[in-house]
Design a protein around this ligand. Sequence first.
Ligand code: SAM
Length: 244
Amino acid sequence: SPGLYIVATPIGNLGDLSPRAAHILAQADVIAVEDSRVTATLLRHIGAKRPMTPYHDHNADAVRPGLIARMGREVVALVSDAGTPLISDPGFKLVRDARAAGHAVVTIPGPCAAVAALTLAGLPTDRFFFLGFLPSKQQARAEAIAEVANVRATLVLYESGPRLAACLAALAEGLGDREAGVAREITKRFEECVTDTLSSLAARYADAPPKGEIVIAVAPPGEAPPPTGEDADAALIEALERLP
Ligand code: SAM
């Protein structure tokens, strides 16, 4: 039936396209896409050929009203190049306006790099805070990191290979040297997740910027460890030494 269908697509392994996602894409009257070449590959994989229309940051405001109008009588699907639309990808205004216009909004959930990385890193998952991409400029990045330094949750962020080492160093500087995981090429042939402290990870990648797509997960701030007997003795001795 007509409406807006938010369709998650694979983040590397075409086998992760769900049967329901394939079903919707194969019957969509129009698919709003980031890059038609990327989506064309996906459509070939399922043996479908459907009309596509570009929907990205640069044309979204101009093409949105037309898409909203079509949803009343047609199946409009939204995909991004990889993963779940709206998650560090365009789409939220399309959903907002579709709802405001009274159209059906249906989600076909599936792969999302942030959630996939959380399942690999071995860090707490009961609370997590998704930061998307940090600003690329040094000062703005430091400010964004400072803002979340006290958040008691695992932090999850997207990053590119060339910027990885600098980003890890900035995280160590702004958050303290916490445990972290760097997940790369998830669901692809060279998938890996390396876990270590932020400073060790920064050193590891400084000389050899990794290829491919990356998610960083950072452990929540540690509890301040309770003072030990030795700490108390040392403090007492120090205090005694300072007595007149
Ligand atoms: N909407 C997508 C999702 O649900 O994951 C994210 C889109 S965002 C523009 C692209 C970023 O996601 C990449 O720069 C990378 O940080 C991360 N990413 C996407 N695919 C990945 C993969 N297979 N392995 C690791 N990170 C990935």
